[in-house]
Design a binder for this molecule. Structure first.
Ligand code: C5P
Length: 217
């Protein structure tokens, strides 16, 4: 049986960086589920759909394929690794995330991925909804201002200039929406280990999760 370690948490909690490091060290595959929601939102934008049209966006998700070869994100056969990280796509991804048909479709892909690979999966609902039986679950948090600073630095490093205050405001909106939505809200699984990453180094957090993953069955 394949092993699954789930890492959930809000944007900027450090989960993506930590998940990547731990997956590399263990030689396991990384499942970036946020990238999948972003890719569906990007596809809907490109198709000129009204993102609030649940039926149309759900049907689109059924027609397309999002795949995650190591280090890349493919939408059908198009490499969208960079295109899904823009401020614009970050803002509209909530429409994909709030859409029940999209969530069903992506959860099925996520389970199929983990059936084939030892997996470190990161997202919002991995320990609660998609892999409730995973034996190793983590939930990362961090101070909101520190999280916004991390996201802001990421946007700047990609050449997108946006005020920190705006990143913080967008983040507050996304957190509130992620935590309060009816399906798959952002919350720690009851059996998750919660780690506050504020003031901790990425290496410290990665070491904790790596050690747990090695003894995880
Ligand atoms: O993790 P990332 O910031 O890339 O995720 C983008 C958005 O996708 C999140 O704000 C959240 O709304 C949504 N998401 C989700 N469920 C997941 C992963 C991401 O709803 N498992």
């Amino acid at each position: 049986m394949r092993r699954v370690v789930t890492i959930d948490g809000p944007a900027g909690s450090g989960k993506s960086t930590v998940a990547r490091i731990v997956a590399d060290r263990l030689g396991w595959r990384l499942l970036d589920t946020g990238a999948m929601y972003r890719a569906v939102a990007l596809a809907a934008l490109r198709a000129g759909l009204d993102l609030a049209d649940e039926k149309a966006v759900g049907a689109l998700a059924d027609r397309l394929t999002v795949s995650l070869p190591p280090g890349r994100v493919l939408l059908d056969h198009d490499d969208v690794t960079a295109a899904i990280r823009t401020v614009e796509v970050t803002r509209v991804t909530r429409f994909a995330a709030d859409n029940p048909a999209v969530r069903r479709r992506l959860a099925a892909w996520q389970r199929a991925f983990a059936a084939e690979n030892d997996t470190i999966t990161e997202g919002r609902d991995q320990g609660t909804v998609v892999f409730p039986d995973a034996s190793c679950k983590f939930f990362l948090t961090a101070d909101p201002v520190e999280r916004a600073r991390r996201r802001h630095a990421e946007f700047l490093s990609r050449g997108e200039s946006i005020p920190l205050a705006e990143v913080l405001r967008d983040q507050e909106e996304r957190d509130a929406r992620d935590a309060s939505r009816a399906i798959a809200p952002l919350r720690p699984a009851e059996d998750a280990t919660v780690i506050d990453t504020t003031g901790r180094t990425i290496d410290e957090v990665a070491a904790i999760i790596e050690a747990a993953a090695r003894s995880c069955r």
